[in-house]
Design a protein around this ligand. Structure first.
Ligand code: GAP
Length: 427
């Protein structure tokens, strides 16, 4: 089994990710997050929000609608340009993006003949209201960025930020992807964490370099090996319609080196177009009365791809033991609490009390099934960094054993200092 298959199997078995709509045979390219998966994903998003919004004075978080006025997507260029050339194999009927094929004449799977390309709109359409005509047609957003641009003036008028500053959000994006996708790497809906960073034109290059370092360091701090990361600049042909320069951070996935995050210089493309099309002045005015469209550097982070990378990085086999060596800050549970023996009332009661004391400040889990060895195995497999065992010594001196997931070392810690002991490790 290759690494991705092992991750997919563990993810399903242990409650991280399930195939979407599974009891009805599934829906290709959709996945549901289980109790552990959603914690891991939320932890990634919370860390991102803290790091890039709450702990900075120059980036403002917002939350905008998935459905927007159709004119937004006309002005942004997506109606015209967010289209891909679709080809279909006349023999096996598989579909491909023509621009992704080396040999544009033959099917890469069965060597059958391909149809000529047909332009395919990447945005999902739906309708608002009872009638399904052109006037009621709206799109599910393919990027959260436009929510930031159309609210640029609202943020200026209500918060009065000074350049340079950023507007950021985390939210769902939707794309009617042609190519199928390698687990949660490419899905029809996904979580994006995006920052639109507004600067004066003269500062864009320095800002671009600054965000390159920030994006890279974020990954290193999550524990991703720099050996599997690299930057790649887009060619002019490959760049999105709004971009003047784009670089991707790529990761060495089991299916090949592919985009993890993108960093784009969007110039004044978006603000200028929205200004012209809406008739609302979206220029920024300095204290000395100079008005201009700020330029935008956009660091964009896919949350689900981060999730996948962290699972790939964490997966480790130690003889018959599988360990997810997740950074404790993203691990779904920080602590597991066990009574040494499940049939001893004193141990059980004490273990439950310790678990309930930890719960308000630390995501924790209680387990009294099987023996201690099996419980360690079970927690290792879901990445719980610390296991606490309540034994007979606990009843005498109010200490417990704390076992570390990665080193397997155990130490005795006083029950009254347990919460602080873990919180200190999570700083
Ligand atoms: N606003 C810029 C933008 O949308 P993008 O590179 O098209 O840029 C941003 O998308 C990020 O979203 C990507 O770097 C990737 O992490 C993630 N992403 C894009 N398409 C995806 C998909 N179909 N499934 C999962 N994640 C996706």
């Amino acid at each position: 089994m290759n690494l991705l298959d092992k991750i997919v199997s563990l993810a399903k078995r242990r409650g991280f990710v399930y195939p979407g709509s599974e009891i009805y045979g599934g829906l290709a390219n959709t996945y549901d997050y289980g109790p552990l998966g959603i914690e891991l994903l939320k932890n990634i998003e919370d860390l991102w929000w803290k790091r890039f919004i709450l702990r900075r004075s120059d980036v403002y978080g917002i939350g905008t609608s998935i459905l927007m006025n159709r004119k937004v997507w006309e002005a942004s260029g997506h109606v015209e340009s967010f289209v891909d050339p679709l080809v279909e194999c006349l023999s096996c009927h598989k579909r491909f993006r023509e621009d992704h094929l080396e040999n544009k004449a033959k099917c890469p799977e069965c060597k059958g003949r391909l149809t000529s390309p047909k332009m395919f709109q990447g945005m999902f359409k739906t309708h608002v209201g009872a009638t399904e005509d052109k006037g009621s047609e709206v799109f599910l957003r393919p990027e959260t960025a436009q929510g930031m641009f159309v609210n640029f003036k609202n943020v200026l008028d209500s918060i009065h930020p000074k350049l340079p500053f950023g507007i950021a959000q985390i939210g769902k994006g939707f794309r009617n992807e042609i190519t199928l996708g390698n687990f949660v790497f490419r899905t029809l809906e996904f979580d994006m964490m995006e920052i639109e960073y507004f600067v004066e034109e003269k500062d864009w290059e320095d800002t671009f370099e600054y965000w390159k370092e920030e994006m890279w360091q974020w990954l290193l701090d999550l524990g991703v090996s720099p050996l599997r990361l690299s930057w790649r600049e887009h060619s002019a042909k490959e760049r999105a319609h709004y971009s003047k320069r784009t670089e991707d951070i790529e990761y060495e996935f089991p299916f090949g080196r592919s985009e993890l995050y993108g960093l784009a210089y969007r110039g004044d493309y978006d603000l200028k177009n929205h200004s012209e099309k809406s008739g609302i002045d979206l220029r920024y005015t300095t204290e000395d009365g100079k008005s201009f469209y700020p330029h935008v550097v956009e660091p964009t982070f896919g949350a689900n791809r981060t999730f996948l990378v962290l699972l790939l990085e964490a997966y480790y086999e130690d003889k018959d033991r599988v360990v997810l060596k997740l950074n404790p800050r993203v691990a779904p549970y920080k602590v597991a609490v066990f009574p040494l023996l499940a049939n001893k009332e004193e141990l059980l009661g004490k273990a439950r009390a310790i678990y309930e004391n930890l719960l308000p400040s630390l995501p924790s889990v209680f387990d009294d099934r099987g023996n201690i060895g099996k419980r360690y195995f079970s927690q290792d497999e879901i990445g719980t960094p610390w296991c606490v065992t309540v034994d007979f010594q606990t009843l005498k001196d109010d200490t417990v054993t704390v076992r570390d997931r990665d080193t397997k070392k155990q130490e005795r810690v006083g029950v009254e200092s347990l919460e602080k002991y873990f919180l200190d490790k999570l700083i």
